[in-house]
Design a protein around this ligand. Structure first.
Ligand SMILES: *Cc1c(COP(=O)(O)O)cnc(C)c1O
Length: 422
């Protein structure tokens, strides 16, 4: 395979190849802490770069609207079977192009235009697709929100119930992009049942932790579970939907012909490979290390005097309250970028700055764990971040940390990227 050095691409299109090469180097040299990112395996990279990208396959395996689908059918059957086994689900659709498309399809399989939905506030850890006004979810549905307790940083389930009784939503959405504690899907279902609502679980971030046994599952509680494949689950950039045999056909119809045309068969191949990887015992070990590393980072920040929302984490991410030491999230994000550490600014519960500035940074452990960081390296990362944030104007500190970042990452290869091939 030419995936390492891209020799053909470099010949055919030097400009695109050069930009890709620079990105490859960034991924190897830097410390990747964006909580929604990960490094896929070399096998997944290869699968996504195959001739399956040439194939149209509208429909489902065995029921396509195009000829010549016998081999891509095999691939999709593998992906469906594996993801059902991985999560213990009765039905799976692996065609959504992304997490957002998975959510759109899931909603429209059970809801109508204008129905009321109740989701977690974006500013307190939710996602755009959970009802934000600028998103389809806020434009097509009447969106209402629950939040987290500003003191503890935790979802207050009694308050969710109160809000649900007041709003009487057609659906409740449980799931988050920036929430570091266990989500109680069982409790969410009780609340949904009490007000006669459907429960949608969006496990985009924590899918890998659920698969790896580090977070309670939504299966059996939510009517429909939506996810991405590319966050903690470590698959290619894309989505999927899990439900039971009763609701399955409706979901399938909403994905296609409801809102998508031909599925991305090369990406579905990547999903099949990633799901197989997640079924191996080693993936449980990976999920455990992801949580241990996030907890090590959280403890290190707290020890060094930078508070973490809710005091720690149960999963792969933490929200660091950089505002409390006088730096905006935006400034922290920029400073850290200059030393090769990727994070993203994030609002925190009870935010006092604008969303653009924010008071927090979101830090995730999934990607660094994939490249082999343990708790020792994770503590070191928190230490480097603290050094930068405590001396933002000190050029000497920034230079030294840049070098430390390079030294640290040089010992930990990224899957699918050989240093020699950079
Ligand atoms: C990332 C994410 C999504 C959207 O996934 P995309 O692939 O970026 O469209 C949806 N819901 C949650 C909770 C997410 O974190």
């Amino acid at each position: 395979m030419a995936t390492m050095t891209h020799e053909v691409l470099a010949q055919a299109d030097p400009e695109a190849a050069a930009a890709i090469g620079r990105e490859r180097r960034r991924q190897v040299d830097g410390i990747e802490l964006i909580a929604s990112e990960n490094y896929v395996s070399e096998a997944v990279l290869e699968a996504v770069g195959t001739v399956l990208t040439n194939k149209y396959a509208e429909g489902l395996p065995g029921k396509r609207y195009y000829g010549g689908c016998e081999f891509v059918d095999e691939v999709e059957v593998l992906a469906i079977g594996r993801v059902k086994e991985l999560f213990g689900a009765g039905h799976a659709n692996v065609q959504p192009h992304s997490g957002a498309s998975a959510n759109l399809a899931a909603y429209f399989s059970l809801l109508n235009y204008g129905d009321k939905i109740l989701g977690l506030n974006l500013a307190e850890g939710g996602h755009l697709t959970h009802g934000k006004d600028v998103n389809f979810s806020g434009r097509f549905f009447e969106a209402h929100f629950y939040g987290v307790d500003h003191e503890t940083g935790l979802i207050d389930y009694d308050k969710v119930l109160e809000k649900a009784k007041e709003v009487r939503p057609r659906a409740i959405i449980a799931g988050a992009s920036a929430y570091s504690r266990i989500i109680d899907f069982r409790r969410f279902r009780e609340i949904a049942d009490e007000v006669g609502a459907y429960l949608f679980a969006d496990i985009a971030h924590i899918a890998g932790l659920i698969a790896g046994g580090m977070h309670p599952t939504s299966i059996g509680h939510a009517h429909i579970t939506m996810s991405t494949a590319h966050k903690t689950l470590r698959g290619p950039r894309s989505g999927f939907i899990l439900t039971d045999e009763e609701l399955g056909p409706g979901v399938d119809k909403t994905v296609f012909p409801g809102m998508q045309g031909g599925p991305l068969m090369h990406v579905i191949a990547g999903k099949a490979v990633a799901f197989r990887e997640a079924l191996q015992p080693s993936f449980r070990d990976y999920a455990r290390r992801v949580v241990e590393n996030a907890q090590a980072m959280a403890a290190a920040f707290v020890e060094r005097g930078i508070p973490v929302i809710s005091g720690g984490t149960d999963n792969h991410l933490l929200l660091v309250d950089v505002g409390s030491i006088g730096i905006s999230g935006r400034k922290a994000e920029r400073l850290l970028d200059t030393v090769g550490i990727s994070t993203n600014r994030n609002t925190i519960p009870g935010e006092t700055r604008s969303a653009l500035q924010a008071s927090g940074i979101r830090v995730g452990s999934a990607a660094v764990t994939t490249r082999g960081f343990g708790t020792q390296e994770s503590t070191r990362v928190a230490d480097l971040i603290t050094q930068v944030l405590q001396a933002p104007e000190d050029e000497a500190v920034l230079r030294r940390v840049s070098n430390d970042v390079l030294e640290l990452t040089s010992g930990f290869p990224v899957p699918g990227i050989e240093r020699a091939g950079l």
